[in-house]
Design a protein around this ligand. Sequence first.
Ligand code: SAM
Length: 193
Amino acid sequence: MLAIDSTRKMSFNRTISNGDLAIVYARHDNMKPVTVSEGSVLQNRFGVFKHSDWIGKSFGSKVFSNKGGFVYLLAPTPELWTLVLSHRTQILYIADISFVVMYLEIVPGFVVLESGTGSGSLTTSLARAVAPTGHVYTFDFHEQRSGSARDDFEKIGISSLVTAGVRDIQGEGFPEEFAGLADAVFWICLNLG
Ligand SMILES: C[S@@+](CC[C@H](N)C(=O)[O-])C[C@H]1O[C@@H](n2cnc3c(N)ncnc32)[C@H](O)[C@@H]1O
């Protein structure tokens, strides 16, 4: 039988702790991100779920409500995050993201520059591709959007792999300090004229 060492995967190598973000999966078309908080409950049509029952369980676990209903607690992989994130802009989906990551030959350890961050859908996959030693520097000229993306990266636990800055890349270019250091550059070019 083929043995898979899942501890080497970024998303599966730990149990759920207080403060973690989990994707609560009821059905393929009913998923929602929830920050686990001891003392809180999740209430849906399947019943009431105590967050305290979730702590210490592995991501992927099936958990039960007071009424015997159940949901699965999934790790916030880039693929799932793309499906549940708040849309503050149009976003890239997995088919295009896969193309970008392969076409740019992004591998662990790369330094990647991205413009613009948008809702952070692409950034999340870029972060996983460069982990554990690389870094993604992503820029958006919209300050509030950049701040919201930064909050999301913190929530899903990738902030050590991503720096989100505010900058007009079309007008100013990427910061000079990256000259000669970047391994890949993704620049979304919107020609609305
Ligand atoms: C379609 S969204 C990007 C979506 C993102 N790739 C994702 O998957 O979530 C385009 C973003 O580019 C930003 N943008 C447009 N022109 C820019 C510029 N000159 N410099 C920096 N950001 C820019 C916009 O503010 C917007 O947030």
